[in-house]
Design a protein around this ligand. Structure first.
Ligand code: FAD
Length: 437
């Protein structure tokens, strides 16, 4: 007897239509850190993943970033740890200068960050490329495109879906800027601090942005000081000019950070206005700052933004969820943005495995939120150790640094490892989409 055609109560065979098993389809917006990491773990669990990235290609450049604590286990399980170890920047020291360029203290990098010797610091482009290459053969990548509209079929205005009780709930209709329209089972926003996915589903970003009281301008410039494997930071109250030399090459990363009670109007939408604002803030600064300002005007990779966190009461609504900076950017002051993105991606894929999306998204939040909050709480408004705002705070910070340089490296920061990953799962059996997944 055909098991799909059981006898009806009247004894005649009736046809029961079953849906052919198919993989769960997931659209991920953003191909930086969270996006490819999530794509990797979702494909390992049987999903068919499409990643859409608004840039024309993988963004290869960028400043050095940390991978620490629990995130190291994520990249180890992805098989990219050896490659990242090769790319590791062994920074030798951080040198802090006073207003006149005199040395205040020189300390080991870990003394401030609470990191350990096993931690990684890699050029951002090396990390994104390693993640992308780990997954590119298994995932559909759509570069130079982005989500235009999302229609969450079966989702009420409160964000509740009917699909766990209504098996016919078909999914999410997505229109792309490029003109295509497609339907996915799930859509995940991994599109960063200014996430469009978040805006489309949760509304204006202002309600989730927590401005930390600083703005910054980042760019590359010539290594005129001959710096090698080190960073130098010049501070006055509320201002910091930093030069970061990951190696001994001809270029360094420059970062000009300044305190500001409220974000500038238009928050850096206009590059020329951004340059002028930064130049005005640092107009009377000493040390190498005049040269940095000249370089700022000539830089073709200038990146200005506010220093902000994203704090959301929920990371999902219906069939759409957020991961990485889009959901919980901790700000570069914590040095934990990439690590949260990697851990969040792993946890989201793990929690979705074998669950419908409502249960999976709930499990993701439940398992990950404490870790996220502990790391976001590493910095508060206006209290970044690298950027003291008042003269008193700067003096206290400098006294602390002078003490640090005489001490052995500090203990690892517990927040970095405050989540233990669930056991690595193989391909999911039964991770096929039937009704209601
Ligand atoms: C100057 C600076 C220094 C930093 N230093 C550190 C550090 O030392 N350690 C650390 O851990 N973190 C650091 N960070 C933070 C870190 O870069 C982020 O936390 C991390 O990159 C988050 O990864 P993500 O994948 O969630 O988002 P992002 O890296 O922001 O990636 C978002 C991706 O989505 C794409 N995208 C955006 N909008 C759309 C759209 N509408 N459609 C399609 N694609 C879109 C973008 O092009 C990008 O590729 C620093 C950040 C800055 C700015």
């Amino acid at each position: 007897m055909n098991p799909t055609n059981p006898p009806s109560p009247s004894g005649t065979a009736r046809t029961v239509r079953t849906r052919p098993a198919r993989p769960r389809t997931v659209l991920v917006s953003g191909a930086s850190i969270a996006g490819p990491a999530l794509a990797y773990w979702l494909t390992r669990r049987g999903c068919a993943v499409t990643v859409v990235e608004k840039a024309g290609a993988l963004r290869s450049g960028g400043y050095p970033i940390d991978v620490r604590g629990t995130a190291l286990e994520v990249v180890r399980r992805m098989g990219v740890l050896p490659r990242l170890r090769d790319a590791h920047i062994a920074l030798r020291r951080l040198t802090f200068l006073d207003a006149h360029g005199g040395e205040v203290a020189a300390v080991a990098p870990h003394a401030l960050s609470g990191g350990t010797d096993g931690d990684l610091e890699v050029p951002r482009g090396d990390l994104t490329r390693a993640l992308y290459e780990a997954v590119r053969d298994d995932v559909e990548f759509l570069f130079r495109d982005s989500i235009d509209t999302i229609d969450t079929i079966g989702t009420s205005e409160t964000g509740e879906t009917s699909d766990s009780t209504d098996p016919s709930g078909p999914g999410v209709d997505v229109t792309f800027r490029g003109g295509a329209t497609r339907t996915f089972d799930l859509v995940i926003g991994a599109d960063g601090l200014h996430s469009r996915t978040r805006g489309l589903i949760f509304g204006p970003k202002e309600q989730f942005h927590r401005y930390l009281g600083y703005c910054f301008a980042g760019f590359t410039m010539r290594n005129t000081l001959g710096l090698a494997h080190e960073a130098v930071l010049w501070n006055t109250p509320g201002r910091c000019a930093a030069l970061y030399a990951p190696g001994d090459g001809d270029e360094v990363h420059a970062l000009l950070t300044f305190a500001r009670r409220t974000p500038p109007p238009g928050a850096f939408r206009d590059p020329q206005a951004s340059r002028e604002l930064v130049a005005e803030v640092f107009a009377d600064a000493g040390w190498e700052v005049p040269g940095m300002l000249s370089a700022l005007y000539g830089a073709d990779d200038l990146f200005c933004d506010t220093v902000s966190q994203i704090r959301m009461p929920r990371w999902s609504s219906g069939r759409v969820a957020l991961v990485g900076d889009a959901a919980y950017a901790p700000s570069f002051l914590t040095g934990q943005g990439s690590s949260l993105a990697l851990v969040g991606a792993y946890m989201l894929a793990d929690c979705l495995a074998g669950r419908d999306h409502t249960a999976g998204f709930a499990a993701y939040e439940q398992a990950t939120r404490t870790f996220v909050t502990l790391n976001q709480d590493l910095v508060g408004e206006g209290d970044a150790a690298l950027f003291p705002i008042t003269a008193d705070a700067l003096e206290r910070r400098n006294a602390m640094l002078r003490g640090l340089s005489a001490l052995p490296p500090t203990e690892a920061q517990p927040a970095h490892s405050a989540l233990t990953l669930p056991a690595a799962a193989g391909p999911e059996v039964g991770l096929v989409v039937g009704p209601g997944v």
